[in-house]
Design a protein around this ligand. Structure first.
Ligand code: GAR
Length: 218
């Protein structure tokens, strides 16, 4: 059983997609051990409660400095003894000690096709605003392992989504979530839970020829 902790900051639709997939059996061999939010008002915390998943909130506002917050965050994550940490819309910089401790055991969902529209300052709606301002025809999402950089770790799955003429950032965001994020994030967890993802020389090797290969190359 893969023990998974999901970290969130807001609405938690990706968390919901993971919960639904575990309950439906499309993610196998996985137990949702806990949910951690940096924001007390995150609706994601209610989603966790509704499904009986233990949840904790660690807010930077409750600490005098970043060092103390980082320490408490890492202690809280460690407390759930996760095999995999999933950043599902967690909009706080991950402490370097945590990145080192959970190397190749921490994944993130990003709402663009990395390496486009990623890195510092690209999160949430801003990603879609930037993509539309550039006039892209294809948008999408990426699941990747977390390393020391921002959105620079090994890519696990990507999925392309059409950007339509006249899209608002919110419309594009919703389509990317529905058609890409809510599919590839649960899929990546299932692949990891079943031992099908390896990292070699900074790249992943996915041991499932058809479906994941297609997602990885789209
Ligand atoms: C998602 O679109 C996710 O890709 C994005 O935040 C949103 C969270 O939504 N993450 C980033 O931008 C990370 N750089 P949710 O709370 O409804 O899952």
């Amino acid at each position: 059983m893969l023990n998974v902790v999901v970290m969130v900051s807001g609405g938690g639709t990706n968390l919901q997609a993971i919960i639904d997939a575990v309950e439906a059996g499309t993610i196998t061999n996985t137990r949702l051990a806990g949910v951690i939010s940096n924001n007390k008002n995150a609706y994601a915390l209610e989603r966790a409660a509704k499904h009986g998943i233990p949840a904790a909130c660690v807010s930077p506002k409750d600490f005098e400095d970043r060092g103390q917050f980082n320490q408490k965050l890492l202690e809280t994550v460690d407390g759930f003894e996760p095999d995999l940490v999933v950043l599902a819309g967690f909009l706080v910089v991950i402490p370097p000690e945590m990145t080192a401790k959970y190397r190749n055991r921490m994944i993130n969902i990003h709402p663009s096709l990395i390496p486009s529209f990623c890195g510092t300052g690209y999160y949430g709606l801003r990603v879609h605003e930037a993509a539309l301002a550039r006039g892209v025809k294809v948008a999408g999402a990426t699941v990747h392992f977390v390393d020391e950089g921002t959105d620079t770790g090994p890519i696990i799955l990507q999925k392309a989504v059409e950007a339509r003429q006249g899209d608002t950032p919110k419309e594009l965001q919703r389509r990317v979530m529905e058609q890409a994020e809510w599919k590839i994030l649960p899929r990546a967890i299932d692949l990891i839970a079943n031992g099908k993802v390896k990292v070699e020389n900074g790249k992943t090797i996915i041991e499932e020829p058809t479906r994941s290969g297609q997602e990885a190359s789209l």
